[in-house]
Design a binder for this molecule. Structure first.
Ligand code: F6R
Length: 366
């Protein structure tokens, strides 16, 4: 039940520290990620030369974050394929391919059919799922459960952060099994993630909600991100479309000058997810120059940046802060204000955030 919350979505957004902590629990031993469900299944990860992650909607954006993590830590080429696109062509896969599927419900028909198809072609299959005993995990060689607890609101929030967490765990597990993991700090960072999410919720909830209530008449919002911030831009836009029915679009920041910058006119709200300068001064400076470009054309720039990132301050109309975290961990923090924003904007428009029009929680038809 909703408890004291105004909606299931509000409750589920607030439950994210717990959802992430529960997903990590029991999977770190002696400073290493060891996923008990994958015990004895090293052959899934050794001798492969390709990973395909398949999913739909929000789960496909979690998958995109997973691509960066698996490539960095497990050093294997990784691509993300929407399940309905993957299945309806003739993909080049075989027994050297690991197909990872991601599904909160474990019942999404397109994702299920992609898993069956991959198995028929001899690929190794692993699913990331939030529902014990669902069909997709039953059809897979292995499963890593997210422990987000039941998600009731149609718009996915805590399942998304738990999916990213499971992918980070999986990337670190694969990196250990494949002997490719050189990042000594990542495992330790996992444990700090829940409290950092709690701090974003605590510090930014009212600020972001107020921002949204001022913007109730907005007709279009753009989201820009680069590297792991790109999937978060896509997710921020999807949340807004789904529950506030506002036209929203997420872009890779580097694409701006290849087209989308033509959309910028005075007053256009643009969220920009800024990666920490500590991870890559180059990536950070590229995003800051994108901010300057849109600001010069009159965009109203709302920045999501690391605490203490002074470089963005002169060009931002609003700054939403997230705590310092490793590069792969930032997405779980950066998505939280975007979820709050979508929820507050929908509420300001008088909409039912839990039951958006035309949508069902689980899409069990193709
Ligand atoms: C968006 C949302 C959907 C689902 C998608 C996949 O908020 O909830 O985009 O992510 O329908 O659903 P699952 O994860 O159950 O396969």
């Amino acid at each position: 039940e909703k408890g004291g919350w105004s909606s299931f979505m509000a409750k589920e957004v607030a439950e994210q520290p717990e959802a992430v902590a529960n997903t990590i629990r029991g999977r770190v031993q002696d400073g290493q990620v060891v996923i008990p469900e994958l015990d004895g299944l090293d052959e899934l990860f050794v001798g492969i030369n390709r990973v395909i992650i398949t999913a739909c909607g929000t789960a496909s954006y979690a998958a995109l974050v997973g691509k960066y993590a698996i490539e960095q830590w497990a050093r294997v080429a990784t691509d993300v394929e929407l399940a309905h696109e993957f299945r309806y062509r003739d993909p080049v896969i075989g027994d050297d391919t690991l197909v990872i599927s991601i599904s909160q419900s474990g019942e999404t028909m397109d994702t299920l059919m992609a898993v069956k198809y991959a198995r028929e072609r001899g690929a190794r299959t692993l699913s990331i799922c939030n529902t014990q005993g669902a069909t997709i995990p039953r059809e897979s060689d292995a499963v890593v459960y997210t422990h987000a607890g039941p998600e009731v609101a149609v718009a996915s929030t805590k399942a998304f952060s738990a999916q990213i967490t499971a992918l980070l765990l999986l990337g670190l597990h694969m990196g250990r099994v494949r002997s490719t993991l050189t990042d000594g700090t990542a495992v330790g960072e996992l444990a700090t993630l829940p409290e950092k999410i709690a701090s974003v919720l605590e510090k930014e909830h009212d600020h972001v909600s107020q921002l949204a209530s001022w913007m109730a008449d907005t007709r279009s919002v753009l989201f820009l991100g680069r590297h792991v911030g790109y999937p978060i831009a896509l997710e921020g836009a999807l949340k807004l479309k789904e529950i506030s029915y506002i036209h929203a679009e997420g872009f890779a920041a580097g694409e701006l000058k290849h087209g989308p910058i033509a959309l910028i006119e005075p007053g256009q709200p643009v969220f920009v997810i800024v990666p920490s300068p500590r991870h890559s001064a180059l990536i950070h400076s590229k995003v800051v120059s994108n901010i300057q470009e849109i600001r010069a054309r009159g965009a109203r720039v709302i920045v999501v940046a690391e605490e203490g990132d002074a470089a963005v301050l002169p060009f931002a109309d609003e700054v939403i802060h997230i705590p310092l975290a490793g590069a792969m961990f930032e997405p779980v923090l950066a998505v939280v204000p975007l979820q709050i924003f979508a929820m507050a904007l929908a509420t300001a428009k008088g909409l039912d955030v839990d039951q958006p029009r035309n949508l069902a929680k689980s899409v069990t038809v193709e």
